[in-house]
Write a protein of this length. Structure first.
Length: 125
């Protein structure tokens, strides 16, 4: 059985004994990803800034685990009602420009006051 490795990154951590992500073999799974400004517990005011922070945190997790955006299989987002889906589409298309090769995505609208996310990645290739 493959050994599990906890992933940690600069600028984001949980207050409990939970890593930001965990890798077992080629599988990388994140914990909940908060929209905090790096190194703080402050949440930016706008959805766009919160999303930018989340994508920054994911980028660092992927790099720390030995992967990149091409390894992402699914992302989930939770956030306030309004323009969350539209705001997500900007960095989404930037990270995944090929419409024929994008990860699955589930966006839960109206479920939180701030944006949060999680992802699953496969680093086997």
């Amino acid at each position: 059985m493959a050994q599990r490795r906890s992933i940690s990154i600069d600028g984001l951590s949980h207050l409990t004994a939970i890593p930001v992500a965990s890798r077992i073999g080629p599988l990388l799974v994140s914990s909940v990803i908060a929209p905090f400004n790096p190194g703080t517990r402050e949440v930016p005011e706008t959805v766009e800034q919160q999303i930018a922070n989340i994508f920054r945190h994911v980028d660092l997790m992927l790099t720390e685990a030995g992967g990149n955006w091409s390894h992402v299989a699914k992302m989930e987002f939770w956030g306030p009602e309004g323009s969350l889906r539209q705001a997500l589409d900007v960095p989404w298309v930037e990270k995944f420009p090929d419409a024929a090769s994008r990860p699955a995505r589930h966006t839960h609208v109206g479920t939180a006051k701030t944006v949060s996310a999680s992802f699953i990645a496969y680093l086997g290739e």
